[in-house]
Design a binder for this molecule. Sequence first.
Ligand code: CP
Length: 310
Amino acid sequence: MKHLLSVEDLGREDIERICDRAASFSEMADREIKKVPALRGRTVLNLFYEASTRTRFSFELAAKRLSADVVNFSASGSSVEKGESLKDTVLTLGAHKPDAIVIRTPWAGAAELVSRWTPAAIVNAGDGKHEHPTQALLDVHTLRERLGSLDGSQVWIVGDVLHSRVARSNIIAFQKMGAHVTLAGPPTLIPRGIEAMGCEVRYTLDDLGSADVVYALRMQNERMSESWVPSLREYAHWYQVNGRRLGPAQVLMHPGPVNRGVELSAEVVDSPQAVITAQVAAGVVVRMAVLYEVLAHSEAPARTPEGAPA
Ligand code: CP
């Protein structure tokens, strides 16, 4: 695999291979083998045009645990503030010959565009409302660890689907892994025609009890300029996943950051059903597996995860 731009480009076998490799990195970490020389001599550039805590930190840690050199770039404080374009920024930083560029932007399609401007492997770390493929992979990995398999499972994705790149990537990934996906939320936050992706749509949480997995989305206030979006108080009243609505056997997920008291009550965030911290931890091993996938078989000498010639 040269790039990771979209979950749509992955087959079930690709997702399984990445998650299996993530599981082997996780087992190695459990045996106190946290760092391996697999990408020694390679350079990973984290190019972030949007705020991030989980994705950026875990990509940096993942690259370091594979012994790659890591350079972090934030648009804030850079010459982007003087008007430098995305293309010129990529060409400028590309002069230092990074092997991989991990990119987050507010623009749908930007990762794919960047892949045309540089020979580096491109990993999409979130492009506007389009996709967040590594979030979907780490969520699949977390559910495989918890449930064994997603085949036949009922996954409800609840909340602001309209503005969510996570929802789009996760619908595709969960379905490829055999889950049945239901979307639930206010009519104004569920895109019209999304049933064409093969999911059910509900406008209430009355049947939430039928879900094996409840995946709550963040209310994305920064993308809501429209006046017809419900107030946070109204949203919480009708759609908050709380102790009254969540059953004891259901798995609760959220990509973070959580708006406590809005899409989730504080009690369920801290409940045993919540795997939110496990999702964050999975981010490192899954992103190690993704970097390994796009870099270990490209031009520089490939190595096994343990560092031996591949
Ligand atoms: N889930 C996620 O992408 O979180 P960050 O914005 O903190 O990276």
